[in-house]
Design a protein around this ligand. Structure first.
Ligand SMILES: *[C@@H]1O[C@H](CO)[C@@H](O)[C@H](O)[C@H]1NC(C)=O
Ligand SMILES: *[C@@H]1O[C@H](CO)[C@@H](O)[C@H](O)[C@H]1NC(C)=O
Ligand SMILES: *[C@@H]1O[C@H](CO)[C@@H](O)[C@H](O)[C@H]1NC(C)=O
Length: 506
């Protein structure tokens, strides 16, 4: 424990006299550091301690310089500074001398239970007396009066007319004088009197009596439950990690600020670099694989970075950046997934042109190559996919027998005309007399004029081209055409073609 020895030495030679005020500060810093050193068991903790010790040394030196500069002059400012600093020391001493251990901030307390449900609301008050019933309806119309009683018997019929004179009797023998004739029969009775007239309509019934007072209204409904009680108080923060001594010195875990999220996707053969940054510069960073697979051989872990030189399918999986510091380890995981290339994509890494073909309606063909092109000071030195001498790219070899303006065309498959496409590729146009690269549409057997063109030379680097091709009327294919410049000194190159349906993302 070299650190501890150093601290002990410093402590045994306290500053005297004028430096007493600085000594207190130094002493308290030492107590702090010593405590840390005793409880720090790992190399990383010692490193961390060295880091903080270094900072205290620097602080001490600055204080000594201030003292030199300010105190001997015995001016007011020097006195003031001296008092101010010694006051601060006393505070520091009080805070620090009781510490017994090094600890780290405990985990945040559990979230408090949610508050109990609010109590049931009181029952609603008794309903108000019902309002008086409405006045009774108007009485029913009285029943029709009974039929009038029969009319009085009509007056006795008028006496019937005298009966007809009897027929003249036959002339009798002259007889004796006849006796007087019988009286004629009485006339028939007169007709019965006619029926009396219908009685008059009865008058309306009397208005009904006023309705009785309504029954009291029903009891009011039970009131709604009272509002939910307030949420319970948050749980108290958990106790500190390793020590509950309130005099302990606490450090927070550092945070990881790496430039990757939970998941990262990458195309096969492509390079991927993930950088794991930590807020504590003394923390040690390691990378490991956490999906049970062993670390791939073509992965390079240097410093805080993990570098996949050329992503392979076996490299896909879950990795973790682990940072160890005085107060413990923290990790950040990342899942690396492969992007499935579409059938129209080509990075030439299989040493083939994938589904792209050299056409016959041109002067020469695109060639595949690794590393530098055969002509010095022209073309790339590595491919774009891997950036090394192993990766493949396509280029136009412009040396003899090629002539100025000779062209080489690479054609895609026949594409669906009803969709726009995004053609994306990387090109290299470097060399004194480089020509140009065109993109054309071939339709109905005819090659159209360029929809994109790039004329060299550009810088000695790979450049990206992104071309939106609108939907067409008939099936078509895309042509990437390299054209030779004025001399052999200009090999145009091409790599990492991707062709996706839909417009290019902006
Ligand atoms: C007259 O009235 C009487 C008694 O109601 C009845 O018996 C009689 O048949 C009536 N005569 C005629 C001609 O309607
Ligand atoms: C992360 O940062 C490194 C540089 O430190 C860079 O090379 C790399 O491309 C970055 N990776 C991502 C996924 O952004
Ligand atoms: C790993 O990276 C370092 C630094 O970039 C480099 O020097 C070394 O050659 C690389 N190793 C492999 C196996 O790629």
């Amino acid at each position: 424990m070299e650190e501890k020895r150093k601290l002990a030495t410093d402590n045994s030679t306290p500053s005297g006299g004028e430096r007493g005020w600085g000594g207190l500060f130094w002493l308290s810093a030492l107590l702090l550091l010593e405590g840390a050193a005793i409880t720090s068991m790992t190399i990383w903790q010692q490193k961390s301690l060295a880091y903080y010790s270094d900072r205290v040394d620097t602080g001490h030196r600055l204080l000594a310089e201030l003292e030199e500069a300010c105190v001997p002059r015995e001016d007011n400012n020097g006195d003031f500074l001296r008092k101010l600093l010694s006051g601060k020391e006393r505070v520091l001493q009080q805070v620090c001398q009781r510490r017994t251990d090094l600890c780290r901030i405990g985990p945040k307390g559990e979230k408090g239970e949610s508050g109990d449900a609010g109590v049931l609301g009181v029952s609603g008050s008794r309903g108000d007396v019902g309002v008086a019933g409405p006045s009774g309806d108007k009485g029913q119309r009285g029943a029709a009066g009974g039929s009038g009683s029969a009319g009085q018997q009509g007056p006795k019929g008028i006496k019937g007319d005298p009966g007809m004179q009897g027929t003249t009797g036959q002339e009798g023998e002259p007889g004796e004088k006849g006796s007087l004739g019988d009286m004629g029969p009485s006339g028939q009775a007169g007709a019965n009197g006619t029926r009396g007239q219908k009685g008059e309509m009865g008058v309306a019934g009397h208005r009904g009596p006023r309705g009785a007072k309504g029954e009291p209204g029903p009891k009011g409904e039970t009131g709604d439950p009272g509002p939910r009680g307030p949420a319970g108080d948050a749980g108290v923060v958990g106790p500190d990690g390793s020590s509950e001594d309130d005099g302990c010195i606490c450090f927070e875990l550092p945070t990881i600020t790496g430039n990757f999220s939970d998941s990262v996707s990458v195309l096969e053969h492509h390079k991927l670099v993930l950088h794991c940054d930590v807020s504590d510069p003394t923390a040690k960073v390691t990378w490991r694989r956490t999906d049970g697979q062993s670390m791939p051989v073509n992965v390079n872990v240097t410093g805080n970075d993990i570098i996949f030189v050329a992503m392979a399918a076996v490299d896909a999986g879950v990795y973790e950046c682990v940072t160890s510091s005085t107060v413990g380890d923290i990790t950040k995981a990342v899942e690396i997934t492969m992007i499935e290339p579409s059938k129209d994509d080509c990075d030439f890494e299989q040493g083939r042109f994938c589904l792209w073909t050299n056409t016959r309606d041109d002067k020469f063909d695109w060639t595949l190559n690794q590393g530098s092109t055969p002509t010095a000071h022209t073309g790339p030195t590595t491919d774009h996919t891997r950036g090394d001498g192993i990766g493949y790219y396509a280029f136009i070899e412009t040396s003899d027998p090629r002539l100025n303006r000779d062209n080489a065309r690479l054609a895609s498959q026949v594409l669906n005309p009803s969709s726009p496409y995004c053609l994306n590729f990387w090109y290299y146009l470097y060399g004194q007399s480089i020509g140009n690269i065109n993109v054309r549409i071939k339709q109905n057997g005819l090659v159209g004029s360029p929809v994109w063109t790039k004329t060299g030379p550009s810088e000695d680097a790979w450049h990206n081209a992104k071309i939106s091709v609108p939907a067409q009327n008939t099936p078509f294919s895309l042509i990437i055409e390299g054209v030779r410049g004025d001399s052999y000194n200009g090999d145009a190159a091409l790599d990492d073609i991707t062709l996706t349906q839909g417009n290019c993302a902006p």
